[in-house]
Design a binder for this molecule. Structure first.
Ligand code: MG
Length: 270
């Protein structure tokens, strides 16, 4: 590409506020206000945040890379066609649903109950071996700011880890409680169905326009949007920003640190 072409492209694309954001890596007040105005327009209610519903993997913990690696290893073992990146697209689904997709793509049929159980067990064991339990950089700052803003903090996850609350308490002391947590055990239908987020609203005792969802996965964004909640996508993985925006995210940040930096703008009156 010639220099002049490059300048032309930059000028052309700089008219798009999302490109400006990617270019500048900075969320402006104007962009936040526009997102809130768009929410009011489409939902008929102003965003008045009282609670934040956090997804867990890829939002509170830097764990998606280990989930993807564990899934890929087990898929290879069973000759199931998938790339590591595919598992970022499937994130949020139940294990059984993910395994059925792999079987459909490879063999044109769903997995049997026995296959589902065996493969999911092996994946869970491998994830436990790989996972280092690292918190997502910036997540503690977002939680601090949310608490200082007087917002209730909830976790809404498709995870079925037995010791979830203990783990959350170790990483984020005093932030979450069992009554304010929605897990795989609480819902019939996982993300992308809105049920987990609707249950989060019920547990928080708030309306959709009184909550904010923080999600990293396309299907999680879809679930938050379907629940009528102002949904913030945080792109902490290898997928394109467009993949998250296509699911209807109201705002998009490149990291939890960037969300923490813009937090006061997001929860402020508007
Ligand atoms: Mg996630």
């Amino acid at each position: 590409m010639h220099g002049t072409d490059c300048i032309f492209l930059l000028r052309k694309r700089a008219c798009d506020p999302c490109f400006f954001y990617l270019f500048a890596r900075e969320m402006t007040e104007e962009m936040v206000e526009k997102a809130k105005a768009d929410y009011l327009l489409t939902r008929g209610k102003r965003l008045v945040p009282k609670a934040v519903l956090f997804d867990m993997d890829g939002v509170l913990y830097d764990s998606m890379r280990f989930h993807a690696k564990a899934w890929k290893e087990v898929a290879d073992r069973y000759h199931l066609a998938a790339s590591e990146k595919d598992f970022y697209m499937y994130e949020g689904r139940t294990g059984a649903s993910t395994i059925d997709i792999l079987f459909q793509h490879t063999f044109g049929r769903n997995a049997t109950e026995e296959e589902r159980e065996r493969i999911y067990k092996e994946k869970t064991e491998r994830f436990r071996e790989l996972n280092d339990g690292e918190a997502m950089p910036g997540a503690a700052d977002v939680l601090d700011k949310a608490k200082m803003s007087g917002l209730k903090c909830l976790v809404v996850t498709g995870s079925g880890q037995k010791s979830l609350i203990d783990k959350l308490e170790r990483t984020y002391p005093g932030c979450f409680s069992p009554e304010m947590t929605v897990t795989a055990f609480d819902v019939k239908r996982g993300k992308p169905d809105p049920e987990p987020y609707l249950m989060g609203l019920a547990k928080a005792g708030v309306e959709p326009n009184e909550a904010i969802v923080v999600e990293n996965a396309p299907l999680g964004v879809r679930a938050g949007v379907a629940a009528g909640i102002f949904t913030i996508a945080v792109n902490t993985g290898p997928l394109s920003d467009d993949t998250l925006k296509a699911e209807g995210a109201d705002l998009l940040f490149p990291s939890m640190q960037a969300l923490a930096a813009a937090w006061d703008m997001v929860v402020g009156a508007g």
